[in-house]
Design a protein around this ligand. Structure first.
Ligand code: 1CP
Length: 317
């Protein structure tokens, strides 16, 4: 999930002077933002400040973030010709600023705070590339998938190759774990996940696994196909809040699960927030493989003190 962001006053202050893309492309600033939540919240790990859409620039799709904060893709993918012309590129040459930020952040972080690198999963990236931005229904994406399955598979295969190599490069630069974000994959049926997405997520995770660091496979809305989602790969399977932690654990064979706090529980009164956290800890049952986390990103409306209180509660047992 995202740790930095608009809920943090220090982050908002930096954002008054720099766009998101400026922050991402400037390794000093990206490293600074990466460290903000570690200092302010006392979390156990840091996630590099970047964005899943950064590979769209070297893919020549064009990327900007508009005032309403949503991403905008200037040349969205419409047909087979668009997919075929996606250029192959060297991740270290074109996205080297991310690896530079990782090297800097790693140097500045305390030795016992691991740094997580990340990339978008093929499906979630394809959805932005085809829709041209955020979507609620993924209509264009699904039409493309059903109408031109061969082109769809070519697109996802190309994206899997890019993100697999990008993840491995981040590990080489010093990231000690890698997270693949399939934020919107829960819009698919179990059958469509297996047919249209799973082989490509597996490919991305297999390429990344050459880096020999733990891989976190993140998704939301995956409860209806959790077994297939887990089978695509990842040493850690991330779950959202739509499934109880113990129910998820009973269904998949994995050493580790990440999640599963409802982000909106951070907006609840303290007693209700605490009840949510304790319920997850009870269901984790002391398993060493539970990584306590939100099921998705922190909402901009969240009070930093509420996040801190959760970190302290989890650390206190
Ligand atoms: O915590 C951190 O410091 C990590 C930084 C980080 C991460 C992990 C950012 C910076 N983006 C991401 C991943 C990301 N980006 C995801 C996957 C995780 C998730 O589902 O939240 C997605 C879907 C995006 C795409 C994106 N970037 C959106 C979502 C738009 C939509 O479809 O609803 C937005 C708003 C952004 C901009 C952005 N990137 C990062 C931040 C903190 C922000 C928020 C806005 C801001 O700074 O003004």
């Amino acid at each position: 999930m995202r740790q930095a962001g608009r809920y943090m006053p220090q982050y908002r202050k930096l954002r008054q002077r720099h766009s998101i893309l400026d922050l991402c492309r400037n390794p000093e600033l990206a490293a600074e933002v990466t460290l903000q939540p570690v200092h302010r919240l006392g979390v156990d790990a840091a996630i590099i400040f970047a964005d899943i859409l950064l590979p769209f620039e070297p893919l020549r799709l064009g990327l900007s973030f508009t005032a309403g904060e949503g991403p905008h893709i200037q040349r969205p993918i419409r047909d087979a010709a668009d997919v075929e012309r996606l250029p192959a590129f060297n991740v270290d040459a074109e996205l080297g600023f991310v690896m530079d930020a990782i090297r800097l952040a790693r140097r500045e972080l305390p030795a016992d705070v691991p740094l997580i690198g990340f990339a978008g999963a093929p499906f979630t990236l394809a959805s932005y590339a085809i829709e041209g931005g955020a979507s609620r229904t993924f209509t264009k994406t699904k039409r493309f998938m059903y109408q031109t399955p061969d082109t769809w598979h070519l697109l996802l295969s190309k994206l899997a190759d890019v993100v697999g190599r990008f993840l491995a490069a981040q590990a080489r630069a010093g990231a000690q774990a890698l997270q693949l974000f399939d934020s919107w994959v829960g819009c698919l049926s179990p059958d469509d996940y297996r047919t249209y997405v799973q082989p490509h997520s597996r490919k991305a995770l297999t390429i990344a696994s050459a880096a020999k660091v733990p891989l976190i496979h993140f998704g939301t809305g995956t409860a209806t196909f959790l077994e297939d989602f887990a089978a695509a790969g990842g040493d850690v399977i991330s779950i959202d809040w739509r499934i109880p932690l113990d129910a998820a654990w009973a269904r998949i064979e994995t050493r580790a699960i990440q999640g599963n706090l409802e982000p909106a529980a951070l907006l609840a009164p303290a007693a209700e927030r605490t009840r949510h956290v304790r319920d997850i800890l009870t269901r984790a049952g002391g398993r060493p493989g539970h990584i306590f986390n939100l099921g998705h990103g922190i909402l901009p409306e969240t009070d930093v003190a509420a996040v801190r209180a959760v970190v302290e509660l989890v650390h206190g047992g």
